[in-house]
Design a protein around this ligand. Structure first.
Ligand code: ADP
Ligand code: MG
Length: 615
């Protein structure tokens, strides 16, 4: 509890005791008024003050004004204890609210406790602690066991296990050894690491994630906008109704002023939409925070909302459902030796970031002589074209061979075939194969269980490969041999076929699928640890590369939306009932204030459930 909250608690207790004392003192007339004015002043002076101040700023229908009007009105109609009680319960509700909101913020802040405080910079043979923002690309930093890795970089020296759980929610640590990339925000567990920094702090993974989480509340869900609009007319409408209720019936019935004013005051007590105004954004805030604790970064409440209505889920294949780590299963040369063909392929692929390229370089094992390679062209969805020793070399799929007019040989083996041609002459092919990710089958079946009616895979890979993967995973549909533009067309078709309420989710790895990510209702990029492109293009970012997280994300989204709906329906129903009972003269002020504060407390407690998303 903060100091301010503690002070308020003291005031609440004092006012409650004084109110109880007021009941026990058998005072009459103006003495009785004073007896109740004392606790009223103790608990309500700041509200009265704020009401006056806000009116002078032209802000009339705020909650302070409403409470002040209701309670002052109650004093005029002789309901002294009621006036004190309304103020007292209102303040209890406010205190609870500020406590709950503070708690949620705190727990999200600690979830996102990934901002590093310092970096151990190596300078002239010494190390000194500096602000991470002062470190430049190319600098060398030391990270001791137990320290947070402050910047993205490459390990130069040292072996260690790195705990990524603050970013991914994944408790199994990763290995770090010379040459491996490490990400800021992770904890170095056991070994000393010397790291060459590859990105400035402002561009680092940590800075990007923090940015994203901090900005997420600016993208509002429909439910949030609805509540804001609703609050704008609800309060004035209820106040006008209260005025009419206080004036019209006594004029018609010629009397009974006190009774009707009393009924009108009940309207004022219930006219504040606080429960909704606080609890709805708090639910989304909690849902986003709870998701990020599991390594699922959602860029705004609107995406959480549309994810809850997911109907079609479209996956990219390579790197998304499959590991994107290919093993060479066969080398079939036409005119070279096997070793020469592999070397040629590795040279051709030496500049590409595509999983296929990385795997071929890995299979080659040696460092290719980059000076032999010039004029690199990456042909997305097909392969690469480069010049090696002055000769044009193409490496890629059937499409690329057809385009270049090369007589290629089909391969009978199952797998992705990378053909190689030199100066238009066919040189042979390398067959590589990928594996599906260990949790991909479960990921697809979990989506089915959640009622996702259509699961689709898109790939630029060959028909045989695509179909066998789709079958293994139990996907409903597969479209193969697509270029990046073809994937966009495909998603556009699928968007037309879904129902009006449902949404389409596209899941990719961020490598050459940015156009599709942005075309889908919700773009999810996975394996974001270190991939800027993915973080930027997507609406939701999965820090690790587990497709099963998609079902988790949908579950969290649905839970959040359920909580929001519950709160809206519950709060409106209770307020409606109290308004009705009040108008009919069947409720008193005690009941009204109890109902109003009770709704707020319950709605906030319910909203805080959104934070808890233990998987
Ligand atoms: P996916 O749709 O499965 O993610 P891509 O669109 O990235 O796959 O690539 C489609 C196909 O294009 C690959 O299966 C491969 O045949 C070919 N290809 C793409 N990039 C390369 C490359 N760098 N080297 C060789 N072949 C490639
Ligand atoms: Mg891809």
């Amino acid at each position: 509890m903060t100091g301010r909250q503690k002070k308020m608690l003291v005031r609440i207790i004092a006012a409650a005791v004084l109110l109880a004392a007021g009941y026990l003192i058998p005072a009459q007339g103006w003495v009785r008024l004073v007896v109740f004015l004392v606790p009223y002043a103790v608990i309500g002076w700041d509200i009265l003050w704020k009401a006056v101040r806000n009116i002078s700023h032209g802000q009339v229908f705020d909650e302070n004004f409403l409470m002040a009007l209701a309670t002052v009105g109650a004093f005029f109609t002789g309901e002294f204890p009621e006036a004190v009680a309304v103020m007292l319960f209102y303040q209890i509700g406010e205190l609870f609210q500020s406590y709950a909101v503070g708690k949620s913020r705190q727990s999200i802040a600690s979830l996102m406790d990934i901002r590093p405080d310092y970096a151990n910079l190596e300078r002239d043979g010494k190390t000194e602690q500096v602000d991470p923002e002062e470190v430049a690309v190319g600098d060398v930093i030391l990270v001791k066991p137990g320290e947070k890795i402050p910047l993205d970089g490459v390990v130069l020296e040292g072996d260690s296990m790195v705990n990524t759980s603050a970013l991914t929610g994944e408790s199994v640590p990763r290995e770090a050894y010379p040459g491996s990339d490490v990400i800021s925000g992770c904890i170095n567990q056991n070994g000393l690491l010397r790291i060459r920094v590859t990105k400035e702090f402002g561009e680092s993974t940590v800075a990007k994630i923090l940015d994203l989480v901090e900005n997420s509340s600016s993208k509002k869900a429909k439910a949030e906008n609805f509540i804001t609009k609703f609050a704008r007319w609800y309060t004035p409408a209820v106040v006008i109704a209260a005025v009419l209720l206080a004036v019209v019936p006594p004029l018609i019935l010629q009397g009974g002023w006190n009774d009707w004013i009393h009924r009108a005051l009940i309207f004022l007590v219930i006219s504040c939409p606080c429960a909704l105004v606080i609890s709805v954004p708090l639910s989304f805030f909690g849902g986003i925070g709870g998701a990020s604790r599991n390594g699922i970064l959602v860029k705004g409440g609107n995406y959480l909302e549309s994810l809850a209505h997911a109907e079609t889920v479209v996956f990219d294949k390579t790197g998304t459902l499959t590991r994107g780590v290919f093993n060479v299963t066969a080398i079939h040369p036409n005119s070279f030796s096997e070793a020469d063909l592999l070397e040629l392929a590795a040279l051709a692929e030496s500049y590409s970031d595509h999983p296929i390229s990385r795997s071929i370089r890995e299979a080659y094992g040696k460092d290719p002589d980059l000076s032999r390679v010039t004029d690199v062209e990456e042909l997305s969805g097909r392969g690469v074209r480069v010049r090696i020793d002055g000769k044009t070399v193409c490496a890629g799929n059937d499409k690329l061979m057809e385009e270049t007019g090369v007589q290629w040989h089909p391969c009978h083996r199952v797998g992705t075939t990378v053909h190689i041609a030199v100066d238009g002459e066919y040189a042979g092919h390398i067959v590589i194969s990928d594996e599906v990710k260990p949790d991909a089958v479960q990921a697809v079946s979990a989506l089915k269980q959640q009622g996702i009616s259509r699961t689709v895979m898109l790939t630029g890979d060959a028909k045989a490969v695509g179909e066998s993967v789709a079958k293994e995973l139990g996907l409903d549909e597969v479209h193969t041999e697509l270029l990046p533009a073809g994937k966009v067309d495909c998603v556009e078709q699928l968007l037309k076929q879904k129902s009006a309420k449902g949404t389409l989710v596209f899941v990719g790895d961020g490598i050459n699928d940015a156009p599709v990510l942005s075309r889908a209702d919700i773009g999810i990029a996975m394996g974001a640890m270190g991939s800027d492109a993915a973080i930027e293009a997507a609406d939701i970012v999965l820090m690790d590369d587990k497709p099963s997280k998609i079902a988790d994300a949908i579950r969290i989204a649905r839970k959040t939306l359920r909580i929001v709906t519950q709160n809206i329906v519950f709060a409106l129903a209770v307020k409606g009932i109290v308004l009705l009972l009040g108008a009919l003269g069947l409720a008193n002020m005690w009941e009204a204030v109890f109902a109003d504060v009770g709704v707020s407390v319950i709605a906030i407690l319910n909203a805080m459930r959104a934070l808890k998303n233990k998987l």
